[in-house]
Design a protein. Structure first.
Length: 214
């Protein structure tokens, strides 16, 4: 149950290049046009301290980071983001629309880097507890298509985009496993369509699930 003044927390997840940033922006515009107060944010990042951690995660020093260190850093950034941006905005009645959240750590570090679901769940319980998104949109598409889109946009890629194909396949399987385990929270949307078709599907599903007119 939500108290009348609390906003809603909407997260977007998916493989590289699935169109999250595009769809987050379109959905935020749609929600604002419907008269909702919206905060658009992202992970890793979303507040100054978490943005600094993002720099370390996406551009680590030579020698890299261990999978456990990566997961710890994502959760440190998340704790900052929750306390400084997400929770205050929800308390003020904003809809917080977030480009990636905790499911990304489970999919990328837990499944992709094979840290294991148990380790990520333990961190999640410690840092996030019972807090969860009201709805999570998982944009799903073949790995090849997503990586091709990401590469067309920035050929050099970030450190995750440069990881091998099997890694990205495990990430995609991880997201689909999360969706199966949390059917009330997660909706899987076929993202291998035009931006407009994906945006329509996202808008209709969120409106239906959360009982709002968008
Ligand atoms: N990460 C993150 C972890 O490992 N663990 C964690 O816990 C968290 C939170 C973040 C990286 O960190 C990792 C995951 C990521 O690798 P990022 O720079 O924020 O890095 O990158 P991503 O979240 O992956 O986002 P991208 O910007 O790479 O991709 P998006 O947001 O999925 O896609 P988008 O919208 O930018 O679109 C990509 C391209 O495709 C086009 C767009 O115009 C753009 O050029 N496009 C379409 N083309 C055709 N048809 C459509 N329907 C299209 N939609 C978009």
């Amino acid at each position: 149950m939500h108290c009348a003044s609390r906003g809603r927390f909407v997260t977007f997840e998916g493989v590289e290049g699935a169109g999250k940033s595009t769809q987050v922006r379109i959905f935020a515009e749609t929600a604002e046009a419907a008269g909702l107060k919206v905060v658009l944010t992202r992970e890793p990042g979303g507040c100054e301290s978490a943005e600094r951690i993002r720099e370390l995660l996406l551009h680590p020093p030579a020698g890299g980071l261990s999978p456990l260190s990566e997961a710890l850093l994502h959760y440190a950034a998340r704790r900052e983001h929750l306390g400084k941006t997400i929770e205050p905005a929800l308390a003020e009645g904003y809809w917080v629309v977030c480009d990636r959240f905790a499911d990304s750590t489970m999919a990328y570090q837990g499944y992709g880097l094979e840290l294991g679901a148990g380790v990520v769940s333990a961190l999640h319980d410690l840092v996030v507890g019972d807090f969860a998104a009201d709805i999570t949109v998982i944009l799903d598409m073949p790995i090849e298509t997503g990586l091709a889109r990401a590469k067309a946009r920035s050929p050099e890629g970030d450190r995750y985009e440069r990881l091998d194909f099997d890694f990205h396949r495990r990430v995609r399987d991880g997201f689909l496993e999360i969706a199966r385990a949390h059917p009330a929270r997660c909706i899987v949307i076929d993202a291998d369509r035009t931006q407009e078709a994906v945006a329509d599907a996202v808008r209709m599903e969120i409106a239906r699930r959360l009982g709002v007119t968008l």
